[in-house]
Design a binder for this molecule. Structure first.
Ligand code: NCD
Length: 306
């Protein structure tokens, strides 16, 4: 059974095909409005979410399908001590496809092994978030028209930010990619990502704690929230939370065609004064997330029927 747990589960060609489908959905939404009639998506969210859960749900509704699920661990049998495997086996009796978010790294993989229906990782702890990456890739495709020859600044919580880890994996398969890693010392990119992904693929990168110094070189600036829920103590969070705040004055050396991205939710990292700048792409990312999830649900359901 085909699932999406890690962005590398899909080849570059498969991801490009998903992007093409998403673009076709954007142009011809009516063509897709009955494609999942009679099918059910289960959204199993053991952690808070606005965009990911609701975009999966609206994606399924726009395909003519139905949705069941829960939005917090306390309202599921996890609160009684049920294992992820048993939950996945149970949901396989009710639904055709699962989207799961879980605070534990690897939980969606465990679910995929137990389930008899496709499982989509909708974020596992500080590890991966492949469907956010698909939304990011669709956004980059629409904004930049290419995946090669891009300098990408990743700014903020690179340690716990799962969106960053998946995005690095995805972009490391292209040519001419350069990453500028902008973070406080305590929130640097984990060494397993540096060694296993960047070094292994011969990807150029540098670490620069100053956003002001780095900004002029960037084609894409990917801002992230400091991941409060992954911290062991509140004091460290409070000290680090406002490490980077993008304000209009900080854009003075930025390229005219910079794309400013953020997976959202934002806390303080991007001033609302940036929202009207034509370079701001974060609300476009939200919309793209729905279309690419429609394409993903279609692909996985089609493969499950084979
Ligand atoms: C991200 C996540 O959950 O990792 N949000 C999202 O899904 N768009 C980023 C975050 O919570 O900071």
């Amino acid at each position: 059974m085909r699932s999406l747990i890690d962005i590398l589960d899909f080849s570059v060609e498969e991801i490009h095909a998903l992007i093409n489908t998403a673009c076709d959905i954007i142009d011809n939404p009516k063509k897709y409005s009955e494609k999942c009639r009679g099918k059910k998506l289960a959204t199993l969210f053991f952690e808070p979410s606005t965009r990911t859960r609701l975009s999966f749900e609206s994606a399924m509704y726009e395909l003519g399908g139905n949705v069941i699920g829960f939005s917090e661990a306390n309202s599921s049998s996890a609160a009684k001590g049920e294992s992820v495997s048993d939950t996945a086996k149970t949901i396989s009796c009710y639904a055709d496809i699962i989207a799961m978010r879980h605070p534990k790294e690897g939980a969606p993989l465990v679910a995929a092994k137990a389930a008899s229906i496709p499982v989509i990782n909708a974020g596992d702890g500080g590890h991966n978030h492949p469907t956010q990456t698909l939304a990011d890739l669709l956004t980059i495709h629409r904004e930049k028209g290419r995946f090669n020859n891009l300098t990408i600044g990743l700014c903020g919580d690179l340690k716990f930010g799962r969106t960053v880890h998946s995005l690095i994996n995805a972009l490391s398969r292209y040519k001419g990619i350069k990453f500028v890693l902008i973070s406080p010392d305590e929130l640097k990119l984990p060494s397993y990502v540096k060694h296993d992904v960047l070094d292994k693929n011969g990807i150029e990168y540098c670490e620069n704690p100053s956003l002001e110094d780095a900004i002029g070189d960037l084609d894409i600036l990917y801002m992230t929230r400091v991941q409060r829920e992954r911290f062991f103590n509140e004091e460290d969070y409070l000290r680090l939370k406002d490490s980077y705040i993008l304000e209009p004055s900080k854009l003075k050396n930025a390229k005219g065609d910079l794309s400013i991205m953020h997976p959202l939710p934002r806390v303080n990292e991007i001033s609302v004064a940036i929202d009207d700048d034509p370079r701001a792409c974060y609300f476009k990312q939200v919309l793209n997330g729905k279309y690419i999830r429609m394409a993903l649900i279609l692909k996985l359901l089609e493969e499950a029927e084979k």
